[in-house]
Design a protein around this ligand. Structure first.
Ligand code: PEP
Ligand code: MG
Length: 547
């Protein structure tokens, strides 16, 4: 059993897929000066490794799921042993003097062309097997590829040193039973993503990538932050029962959907959701969120080759606003930089990227990028209750500049005959101590604050939110953090503005009572945390529900 940081609740039981480190991908690019004998040997080795993996998976599936479900792996084995298939690829290396990877790719392409001309469902399914085997061979030749993350088998436990936001954006989420990572903490982006998707996750495991192999059966306990590797059948049934109870309790919480939380003075406490894409709205609605407290729009910009244009962004924002049917939707402008990079946008190498050229700083420096997003937001504003929020604001000057560009976009649109909504609230994230310390001044200018504790904590305590070595210092209840939060809420209220929180602390049961006492107006969290948080608040007799 191995321990880590419990990052997303729930239990996952499945088979390991190791996402190999980036540098292993370099082998895929070998095209020039082929050593035929070496390439043949590499391919033969990859075939053997694939056979071993498939046999292992087949045996496990037979024992634990059933013989019928294991049949698919039998046909994969047959393909790997077929001289017409892998044998042909090995011959092709010598015949055409191509790399092992190219030979496998050619084989897949050739079969795809043949199958494409046959109108038979059974045979089409065989093509899926060919692709699957081909992918496995390529993976064994060159390590994890991006394509693999989007083509995982059912019940996969994704194990990685770290999962970057763009890795998680590619994942076929329906196939992932859990995430495990060597590094990261509760508020790293892979952990946030896991909670949004309701996928159990344990992070900061130090060396999990070395402790398991692709194909191992593991149990992930996302409640305690524990991982059991190749468990015996007794342990397996124990966890299957725990998983079932967990799912039942989750269903019972559904009675709280549509219920508002009211305190003893009749004050309504809003429980909203954080999202990263328009697709996440379905989970928001399923969990009965009263609004969206944070839409991290940078995910629209990731995992692609070029910037999303105004039209595409407009469609995305419009979709979210329409689906939320006039409930408040806080859309945060681009928060790129730090650990979130775009492959098509050149950004300087920095010694301290988290303190560097990012978010609103970058947007103010590159207004041509910023304005595309602001125009899209303004155009979409008529479809719902939009609130615009600028991230990483450290001073009033930045807010005024950003707001100035927003006004410029509004005027431009008006001149083009387009009328954005006149009721858009414009606020800021308070996630830098300098903003919290000048909250009195900022509150006079903004319409609302949303406290981003994920960053506020790391900047206040100087403890990197991604680094498990200092995670013991990363303490939401540190008195310095609490002082800044209290000050921010009080100053917002003094100026007659509302204050929410969209950092992960908003769903932390050890913090919620203090935040309620400070008078926080809105708690925004992963959709999967909403009902649990409501139940927790209602365990205090000072709070009741109202339909
Ligand atoms: C935060 O910093 O608390 C926040 C919500 O923003 P992000 O996690 O995207 O940095
Ligand atoms: Mg932040």
């Amino acid at each position: 059993m191995k321990k880590g940081i419990a990052a997303s609740k729930g239990y996952g039981i499945g088979y390991v897929f190791i996402k190999k480190p980036e540098e292993m991908k370099v082998a895929c690019d070998i095209t020039a000066s082929i050593d035929v004998e070496e390439e043949k040997l590499r391919l033969e080795k990859a075939v053997e490794a694939s056979k071993e993996q498939v046999s292992r998976i087949k045996e496990k599936v037979e024992a634990e799921v059933g013989a019928e479900e294991a049949l698919v792996f039998e046909s994969h084995l047959m393909l790997l042993e077929d001289p017409e298939f892998t044998g042909a690829a090995i011959e092709n290396v010598a015949k055409n003097k191509i790399s092992a990877e190219n030979a496998v790719q050619e084989l897949i392409d050739m079969y795809a062309a043949i199958f494409a001309s046959i109108d038979d469902e059974y045979l089409r399914e065989r093509m899926a097997d060919v692709k699957d085997v081909g992918r496995r061979l390529l993976n064994n030749l060159c390590g994890g590829t991006e394509d693999e993350l989007s083509n995982l088998p059912e019940n996969t436990i994704v194990v990685a040193h770290d999962l970057t936001p763009s890795d998680t954006a590619q994942l076929d989420k329906s196939k992932v039973a859990a995430f495990l990572t060597d590094i990261g903490g509760k508020t790293s982006h892979s952990a946030i993503m896991a909670r949004t998707l309701e996928i159990p996750a344990v992070v900061g495991m130090a060396d999990i990538t070395c402790s398991v192999s692709t194909g191992d059966l593991v149990i992930v306990d996302g409640v305690k932050g524990e991982v059991l590797i190749n468990p015996d059948s007794g342990t397996l049934s124990h966890y299957r029962a725990l998983k079932e109870t967990y799912e039942i309790e989750k269903k019972q919480l559904r009675s709280l959907i549509g219920k508002k939380i009211i305190d003893k003075n009749g004050r309504h406490i809003e429980i909203a959701a954080n999202i990263g894409s328009p697709e996440d709205v379905s989970k928001v609605l399923e969990n009965g969120a009263e609004g969206i407290g944070l839409f991290r729009t940078e995910f629209l910009y990731m995992d692609r080759e070029s910037m999303p244009d105004e039209e595409e962004q407009y469609e995305a924002y419009k979709t979210v606003l329409e689906k939320m049917e006039n409930k408040p939707v806080v859309i945060r402008t681009l928060d790129i930089g730090g650990d979130k990079r775009l492959k098509y946008l050149e950004m300087p190498d920095e010694l301290n990227p988290f303190l560097g050229y990012r978010a609103t700083r970058l947007c103010l420096d590159r207004p041509e990028i910023f304005k595309i997003q602001l125009r899209a937001l303004l155009r979409a504003s008529v479809y719902g209750n939009l609130k615009i929020m600028f991230p990483m604001i450290s001073s009033l000057r930045e807010f005024i500049e950003a707001k100035g560009i927003l006004d410029e976009c509004r005027n431009e649109l008006k001149a083009e005959g387009i009328s954005p909504s006149e009721d858009i609230e414009v606020g800021i994230m308070v996630e830098i101590p300098s903003a919290a310390l000048t909250a009195d001044e900022l509150a006079k200018h903004v319409d609302f604050f949303s406290i981003g504790t994920n960053d506020l904590i790391q900047y206040t305590i100087a403890a990197d939110r991604m680094n498990e070595k200092v995670s013991y210092l990363y303490e939401p209840m540190h008195p310095a953090v609490l002082k800044l939060i209290r000050m921010t809420i009080e100053e917002a209220h003094k100026a007659g503005k509302w204050c929410g929180m969209c950092g992960e602390m908003a769903s932390d049961e050890s913090a919620i009572p203090t935040l309620l006492e400070y008078g926080l107006d809105e708690f925004s969290m992963s959709a999967s945390s909403i009902l649990g948080a409501k139940k927790f608040i209602l365990s205090n007799p000072d709070y009741r529900t109202e339909s």
